[in-house]
Ligand binder design. Structure first.
Ligand code: SF4
Length: 462
């Protein structure tokens, strides 16, 4: 999971982009980068670290221009190094210079990389963003295509999830895979600048008034002539198909103040909470306690439906960061211990419904249940706002093998015992589907194993 941002037509574009990237910091905390054009030169800066650490006033001062793209990275494909950070930059033999940043994962990466390497295209990283960029640059440079045609060729050949931004010295392009797996929204500021981002919360911080989805398989070009939308880059290549938005963007990944896939994220989460409560009609409890922050709105939905008080019984230290997006288990374990504390003298003798959005490896929730038990709760009923995660994701989320997923390894009752909770219920998939307005347009593969785009990795994992 990563976050992208693009901006066209704004003085000090780098500073403005940094503000938008900061709003998307939850999507990736390992590294960040920016490419900025002043019309003549595209300058690139990328480094390991958070946006506020990397893009100091001094660094932003070195990036003049009105056109910029930015990226915050959580590594999925390619290790956590500066080389694999985005954006990527390439100067073609014919002269044009491109920079690209992307969110998602390419499932036929090896096949396309071999195709390009056989044609003497060289790579500096193992990152998907570089693959997309080099493919497009190859088509422009060696085959003489214009950029929209090169992107269309790319869409026909490259399979997977990509919400991407590309700049030349004087143009901004945004484009998205046919399934629209990752979110991508764009709009205009009052002074006419065009902004595109992974999440609308970033557009809001930049005072973008009208927000639109980048169309599936759509390409949008912004330049001196204005804005041109190529509605369907794959028009000649494919039959109509459903979109496959990642359902986990609504459950967990995205910020609750974002709006995408035609939904308010917080409302989907409240509905999930209400659906869980509907399953618990006969359960008597004193309080609903969500695991902050991603489960807060699920907890609110549960509490409202059941008419029981919601309590912020767990306090999160916001300086630790998200546990899920720490790349190694040891770092994740330490983070959990440092991340949560209980309210003093609150839990003693209380019957609690503890709400979490998902169980992936099962290590985090066990530690949280332990904490609440130690604090004296008499009953802990664990309610999970998603079905059991049994399959890996190949579209931009780091759940590398099925073996790491606790639900793939143990029956539910065993997981309940391991968690230490008195009862455990997951939201059934049919109930989850009712929480979104277009259920047929979502991907549920990590629950069902029914992958919308298949690849070698998938075949091996079966
Ligand atoms: S497999 Fe799961 S995490 Fe990956 S895109 Fe599909 S729903 Fe999202």
């Amino acid at each position: 999971m990563c976050g992208i941002l693009g901006i066209y037509g704004k003085n000090n574009a780098a500073s403005v982009a940094a503000t938008g990237m900061f709003a998307e910091q939850h999507r990736g905390q390992e590294s960040c980068g920016m490419a900025v054009s002043d019309g003549k030169v595209i300058r690139l800066r990328k480094k390991m670290g958070l946006v506020k650490e990397v893009f100091t006033e001094e660094t932003l001062h070195e990036l003049p221009g009105t056109l910029a793209i930015g990226h915050v990275r959580y590594p999925t494909k390619g290790s956590a190094t500066e080389f694999n950070s985005q954006p990527h930059l390439v100067e073609t033999l014919a002269g044009p210079c491109f920079a690209l940043a992307s969110n998602g994962d390419i499932v036929n990466y090896k096949e396309i990389r071999n195709y390009l390497e056989d044609r003497q295209v060289y790579f500096n990283s193992d990152n998907d963003g570089e693959l997309l960029l080099k493919f497009i640059a190859y088509k422009v440079d060696r085959e003489g295509l214009d950029i929209p045609s090169a992107i269309k060729e790319m869409m026909a050949k490259i399979k997977g999830a990509y919400s991407s931004v590309l700049i030349t010295r004087n143009e901004l392009y945004m484009f998205r895979d046919p399934y629209s797996i990752r979110p991508m929204v764009w709009g205009k500021t009052k002074d006419g600048a065009v902004v595109v981002a992974s999440e609308s919360c970033a557009l809001d911080t930049l005072y973008v008034t009208e927000r639109k989805e980048v169309p599936s398989a759509g390409i949008i070009r912004v330049n001196e002539q204005g804005i041109e939308v190529f509605e369907n880059g794959l028009h000649n290549y494919r039959e109509t198909l459903n979109q496959c938005h990642c359902i986990f963007e609504q459950i967990y990944f995205s910020r609750p103040d974002s709006h995408h896939f035609h939904e308010n994220v917080y409302e989907v989460r409240e509905k999930i909470g209400a659906s869980l409560a509907e399953l618990d009609k006969d359960l008597e409890i004193d309080y609903v306690v969500p695991v902050p922050d991603s489960s807060n709105f699920i907890g609110m939905g549960y509490a409202k439906y059941k008419n029981v008080p919601l309590s912020w019984g767990l306090i999160r230290n916001h300086y630790v960061g998200r546990t899920f997006i720490k790349p190694e288990q040891t770092i994740r374990d330490e983070s959990v211990r440092q991340k949560f504390n209980v309210l003093p003298n609150f839990f003693e003798g209380k019957k609690i419904v503890l709400i979490d959005d998902s169980i992936v490896r099962g290590t985090t929730i066990r530690k949280i249940v332990d904490l609440i038990k130690l604090a004296g709760a008499s009953e802990i009923h664990l309610r999970i706002g998603s079905p059991q995660v049994k399959f890996s994701c190949f579209y931009g989320i780091d759940t590398p093998t099925k073996e790491e997923l606790v639900a793939n390894q143990y029956p539910m009752e065993e997981i309940r015992k391991m968690s230490g909770a008195d009862t455990l219920t997951h939201l059934p998939i049919e109930a989850l589907r009712k929480c979104v307005s277009e259920p047929h347009n979502y991907c549920y593969a990590c629950f069902t194993g029914d992958y919308p785009i298949r690849n070698e990795e998938y075949e091996r994992s079966k």
